[in-house]
Design a protein around this ligand. Structure first.
Ligand code: BF8
Ligand code: SF4
Length: 668
């Protein structure tokens, strides 16, 4: 029965995607959607209890169908328990996720240093205000001289020192990463007490790999402790450095209009989709596409212009800084090609499905890989190495390849006439400006509205799509449930894009989707009720926003005191596990949808779902029903309101709003 029901679940709730899935089915093109129907997930892996860290295995320890009665005697050949195995698997996901984000951050730091030293002409520092702010966090002097002789230090010198120190965060062997102190003091002190302040980014990731090697760490609690170090090294290290240095190099985002969905592709222009994660590539493609040389070439080939559109987190990066259109989120990458209108799909790293090369074979689309770390073997793909010292030239070559492919477009192009407007570009700095009120410029007004109950709490809803669940559906149900209950939502990644497609990233959404308190605040300030804060590395912006709320006062001393909760409704990537764990280790109740590979190890699951809260103030949870998922977040928010003694204020406000609505009706 259940199986039958699952088969009938719609593949997507997005009309543009549904059109393209139907086209793929009609034309016999294999996509992830039909493969998900045909291939069932392994039920032992799904439970997290398959160990393959040595060749005596894989040792598979599924939970017996009727559960465990009495002592759990399951063990692998070496004696590893389900708890050790599930913790090891979990830790390796944290390591891979933290590595992905942090290697991205390292690349940014390297280019930043090259730009600061003047070794590349193509990248220049654009946000000197943020340069000085971040330099101070790295204990870098921003002035020279003393007393009356004190004057600003040369920004080039500051930038070089910042680049060197930032890059040093990866290889540091002892001490602690600089940004740990950006957390509220109580949080930092707790990390110190628990001995989980990350020493260096690479070190913590390597240590996970060592500890989870055959026959090393055999205490799941100790494994989770190392997960906390590595995940914090991601959130408050690699990812945060990536975000900050990208802002300094490319400019800090400010709220900006954009549009989203496959309908942004154009019939009569060269469509280039930039797919992946690193703005080092996409920023330069933006610059190159605007040169008269490229524009003229496009016209010479019969196109009206060049249309750049993003996919996955690269889309978020170029949207946040340039307002460029977004073609779609993770589960739309194959579908974009199926429109027949994509002249090139340019990819760098992460979340790129191998099957895009196969789908491209059915059309004229050129798939262009650009990063030494991520190549494709399919003969219809080309590799154009993107290298920071020749970035603009490389970008031009990529665009030229796309333009030259434009005349090869085949007759049948079908672009769904579906797109939505949105506002993106929120950062913890711009929220401070918008919600702080024109005079104060702090988080005071936000805190005040949380205290008086107009805003019930803060939900960070982020993360991927997952082909095992209806595309975008859980994202939207959860976000709408939160809004209805006056919870303001901060979003990044593929959730942000799902919200954009559904019209939730517009100020007008406040009236339609929010409870009266949140609607009133959003309408007064003129912001959407869901604030798009960027790509997945930009979850660091959510950490900073949470810290800023704590620092503004009135809502406790630590992130764990806040009426806030985190969620990844449709997660699939290892990066999501690293993000989830750095939120937990930062004191946030964090709930995932789809499933978590821990259910085969009930003792370990109980540790991270319940007991961990006593240590870290945050904990993991899992709920696949989206409405219950949102309600659990709201219950946590209410629990925190009660602990803060602000639950009563909210009751009064709701009464006031109801009374006012009745009054409005009477007047009308
Ligand atoms: O880093 S949300 S599917 S695109 S992993 Fe990937 Fe997940 Fe999308 Fe960006 Ni993040
Ligand atoms: Fe099996 Fe132990 Fe080897 Fe894992 S480490 S595969 S449980 S023998």
């Amino acid at each position: 029965m259940a199986e039958e029901k699952k088969e009938k679940a719609p593949k997507s709730v997005d009309p543009a995607s549904i059109q393209m899935i139907e086209k793929a089915e009609a034309e016999g093109i294999s996509t992830i959607y039909d493969r998900a129907d045909k291939m069932k997930a392994c039920n032992i892996g799904e439970q997290g209890t398959c160990c393959k860290v040595c060749s005596q295995g894989p040792c598979r320890l599924p939970l017996p169908k009727k559960g465990i009665e009495g002592e759990d005697t399951r063990m692998g050949l070496c004696g590893a328990t389900p708890n050790t195995i599930a913790a090891r698997n979990f830790a390796r996901m944290v390591a891979a996720g933290a590595a992905a984000h942090s290697d991205h951050g390292r690349g940014v730091a390297e280019v930043f240093l090259a730009a600061a030293r003047g070794e590349t002409e193509d990248y220049k520092i654009q946000d000197t205000k943020k340069l000085l702010e971040v330099a101070e966090l790295f204990d870098i002097p921003v002035t020279v001289g003393e007393g009356d002789d004190e004057k600003p230090r040369d920004t080039k010198e500051i930038a070089v020192e910042l680049g060197e120190k930032a890059l040093g965060e990866w290889g540091k062997q002892e001490g602690e990463i600089y940004f740990a102190k950006r957390a509220p003091k109580a949080r930092y002190d707790l990390w110190k007490k628990l001995d989980i302040v990350p020493r260096g980014i690479d070190r913590e990731i390597v240590e996970i790999m060592h500890r989870t090697h055959m026959g090393v760490d055999q205490d799941y609690k100790n494994i989770i402790k190392q997960c906390s170090r590595a995940a914090l090294a991601d959130g408050w290290g690699g990812s945060m450095i990536a975000t900050d240095l990208q802002d300094i190099l490319f400019g800090s985002p400010v709220p900006i209009h954009g549009s989203i969905n496959l309908g942004v592709l154009k019939d009569d222009e060269v469509n280039i989709i930039i797919h992946g994660h690193e703005p080092l590539l996409s920023e330069m493609i933006v610059v190159a596409s605007r040169t008269p040389e490229m524009q003229d070439l496009a016209k010479a080939k019969g196109a009206k212009g060049i249309n750049l559109a993003g996919m996955c987190c690269t889309a978020n990066e170029i949207l946040m800084r340039h307002g460029l259109p977004v073609a779609g989120n993770y589960l739309q990458q194959e579908l974009a090609i199926i429109t027949g209108a994509v002249d090139a799909m340019v990819v760098d790293v992460q979340c790129i499905m191998e099957n895009v090369a196969n789908v491209a074979k059915c059309f004229h689309t050129k798939v262009i890989t650009t990063n030494t770390r991520a190549k494709m073997e399919e003969p219809n793909t080309v590799h154009i190495q993107f290298e920071e010292h020749h970035a603009l030239d490389n970008a031009k070559q990529i665009i030229k390849t796309a333009i030259e492919n434009y005349p090869n477009r085949r007759a049948e192009v079908m672009i769904p006439d579906v797109q939505a407007p949105m506002v993106a570009g929120f950062t913890y700095e711009s929220i401070e400006y918008h919600l702080g009120g024109s005079f104060r410029g702090t988080y005071y007004t936000l805190n005040d509205n949380i205290i008086n109950g107009r805003i019930r709490g803060i939900g960070g809803v982020v993360g991927c799509n997952n082909a095992r669940t209806t595309h975008d559906s859980d994202h939207l149900i959860i976000v709408k449930e939160l809004l209805k209950n006056d919870v303001i939502v901060l979003t990044t990644g593929c959730n942000a894009m799902a919200c954009g497609k559904a019209g939730l990233l517009t100020p007008e959404a406040a009236k339609e989707f929010c409870g009266p308190g949140l609607a009133e605040v959003c309408e007064t300030v003129g912001i959407p009720p869901v604030l798009h804060m960027g790509s997945c590395v930009d979850n660091s912006r959510i950490l900073m926003a949470a810290s800023a709320v704590v620092k503004a006062g009135g809502l406790g001393n630590d992130i764990s005191d806040l009426p806030a909760a985190g969620s990844a409704p449709e997660w699939m990537s290892e990066k999501a596990i690293s993000i989830g764990h750095y939120f937990v280790a930062s004191g946030v109740y964090t709930i995932f949808g789809v499933g978590l590979p821990v259910t085969g190890a009930p003792v370990f699951q109980d540790y991270i779902f319940n007991k961990l809260e006593a240590e870290l103030g945050g904990k993991w949870d899992l709920e696949v029903d989206p409405v219950k998922h949102a309600q659990k977040m709201i219950a946590h928010i209410d629990k925190k309101r009660k602990e803060l003694g602000i639950d009563k204020a909210r009751e009064r406000v709701l009464f006031d709003m109801e009374a006012r609505r009745q009054l409005d009706e009477e007047v009308a």
